[in-house]
Ligand binder design. Sequence first.
Ligand SMILES: [Ca+2]
Ligand SMILES: [Ca+2]
Length: 438
Amino acid sequence: MQSLTHLFLYKVYIFITELEVVPLPSPRERSREPAESPGWPRAAVRRAGSPGSGHGRAGRGRARQRRARGRDGTGRDAAEPGAAMGKLLAVALVGIAAALAAERLLAFRNRLNASREVAPVSLPNCRLIKGIETGSEDIDILPNGLAFISSGLKYPGLMSFAPDKPGEIFLMDLNEDNPRAVELRISRGFDLASFNPHGISTYIDRDDTVYLFVVNHPHQKSTVELFKFVEDDNSLVHLKTIRHDLLTSVNDIVAMGPDSFYATNDHYFTDFLLMFLEMFLGLTWSNVVYYSPKEVKEVASAFYSANGINVSPDRKYIYVADVLDHSIYVMEKHANWSLTHVKTLQLDTLVDNLSIDPRTGDIWTGCHPNGMKLFYYDPENLPASEVLRIQNILSDEPVVTRVYSDNGSVLQGSSVASIYEGKLLIGTVFHRALYCDL
Ligand SMILES: [Ca+2]
Ligand SMILES: [Ca+2]
């Protein structure tokens, strides 16, 4: 909390220091320049560099010239009452800004669920997966029990235990008694050094080809990498990199075909400070985009931060987690790929990725009970983990069950939970992965 307050105060300080009192020219000044001593009859407070303020550095130069014209030969201010008025206005504006900022800070803390602590819920026979130490942000399990795991995410503002190591995709065969995580080999022709995998999704084509879609953040950009999975070889063949102006800050995807998908943009901005400001101010500028080689369009908008996305087993509904709204949106999918809002399920936790039980249609989700602990990592106050199961989300009374919860002593920052044959695999943003019996 202390570091957040410091960051906030720093931003208020920067905001205030960049405010500039720019005098408006007097009628006399406007009519015949240069004026001898026009004084400062009125003052306008503008954001330095903002449109209309004279465009940054050049504008500041002109402002200085105007001030110089406002002084008489002795260097004294020609109109001190005007200057005092300007200062009063500036102080008033700073006061208003501080009050608004305090209100925003409170709302921001609520969106992060900053005061929530979790009571533990345990499961039998849980064990940490050997070899996964630096995250397992997303997991997708094929109907035959092969689980893909994305690992090693580096995301602005979030912890990473191996910031200089490229990310990896692991495979686990959940049919084995003691499944191991095996790193998949990735074909050449792809820049592995900058591989930074985030959300993933699989698609099985009619000819049984398995495609793996991976959200990637090379050099803090967003791309979607399309791979073909070669099981005999434990490898991924890179097919193509998808970039688009509408895919700017992608968090997760759900495949709709061999080269089409829905994607969530978790923020409007991509610059870290602007992302922070977007979250802090509570802007709802995050969206969902449909992508195919023929058409790319926004299909849902006005999220605080759209995160996990998945599809119902009958493929009629798309589920979207809004992590900062603590909710899951149910959207109906139409023939032209547009989405319409059906309902919203409100929860008391920051919902990350969504997995679907193909048999029952239940939603399984990895959640962050307290986002403050996730964003401001403190080894003395670890980010917790929480897994929810949501049954009958389309009914009037969906059933929400807390299946697993831990204060971070075992598992930190759970982001995904997927099931297969009575087993639960839980992944995390930057920590380990846990495998439990249900
Ligand atoms: Ca996913
Ligand atoms: Ca996610």
